[in-house]
Structure formats: structure tokens, C-alpha cells
Design a protein around this ligand. Sequence first.
Ligand code: AMP
Length: 186
Amino acid sequence: MSSMKSICLYCGSSNDVDPKYLDLAVDLGKTIADRGYRLVYGGGSVGLMGASANSAHLAGGDVLGIMPKFLLSKERIFDLVEHRIVDTMHERKQMMFEESDAFIVLPGGIGTLEEAVEMLSWARLGLHSKPMAFLDVDGFWSPFFELMGHIVEDKFTPAEFLDLFSHATTPTQAIDSLETRIISLK
Ligand code: AMP
């Protein structure tokens, strides 16, 4: 049985994106709830963040949102679910990490990228072994995978680095890959 209880989600906060991205976030939120996992995320009700959290909540799942004070109005805290208010971005990221067992990365902007890359760099340094899955539609993350392949090819990073994350195109595939890797790490 998997020891995974909570999945941390990194994703975009923009509302202006193509609906296909918001649909994927809705689908993911529901799937996380249906499979009995708690969703840990940045606490907002905007963009893919809001879409996934609302969907998990409506499906009866547990959700924990973690938001820094200064973003409360900008990212509109989703107060129908458990939430914690922290002082800094740093504390938010640390708490999201501590409260979860694995990560899913949906399409997003610089904030999403920063959060995902920091967790990969911590894994690369051996600071944790929590698995990560990138979940996308229409190859959104392909340029990122290309860049990761390039840094390995030019020997800035060992090839094992590429095993730290997987690529999924459905929420089920993403969660399956996290479960498999959590079990194989035990
Ligand atoms: P974005 O992908 O740019 O829409 O950002 C997604 C989420 O990441 C938003 O909730 C941002 O507030 C958050 N974010 C951006 N930078 C950081 C950071 N350095 N630490 C924690 N969260 C961040």
C-alpha cells in the first residue's frame, strides 16, 4: 500500500489562460479527491490553483491552502477549505513541502517553475526523495524537458537526475506514477 497521503500541487495563478488548462486542473482536483489524497497548494482561488482546489473540495476531498499575508487579496484566498496564513513566500514553500509526500506540476508561469525547480534541486542534493510528476496537455512542458535533457547531455547534471520526475498527460497517470515511485523508494 502507498504511504502517500498528501499531494502538493504547483500550478499557474493566471485566469487568462486557454480553458484546456483550467479543465485539466479541474480534472486533477477531482481525481486527487476521488483517490483519497489531500491536496496541498498555494491557497488561492485564481487560475489553475483555484480550479483544482475548488474541484477537490466539491468532490469531498481534503484541501490545505498555504498563503503569504501579502498575497491574500491578489490571489484571493479560498476560505472554504483549511488554510494557513504565513509571512513570506519562503515559509509558504517550506510548509507546502513539509505537508506533502509528492508533487504534481501543472502548467504555470514563473512561480510554478520556481517552485518545481527548487524541489528538484533539493532532491538532486539528496535533501528529500519525494517524487514529482509533470502533468500537461498539448506538450506544455516539452521545452522544459528539452532543457533538462540538454543540461544532462552537456554533463552539467548526471543522467539519474531525469529519474527524479515523470511526465503524465492524465491525472490518473500522474498519480499512478507517484504511487509507483513512492513504493519503490521504500
Ligand atoms: P505563477 O505560475 O507565476 O502563476 O505562480 C504560481 C504560484 O506560485 C502563485 O501562487 C505564486 O504566488 C507562487 N509563487 C511565485 N513565486 C514563489 C516563490 N518564490 N515561493 C513560493 N511561491 C511562489
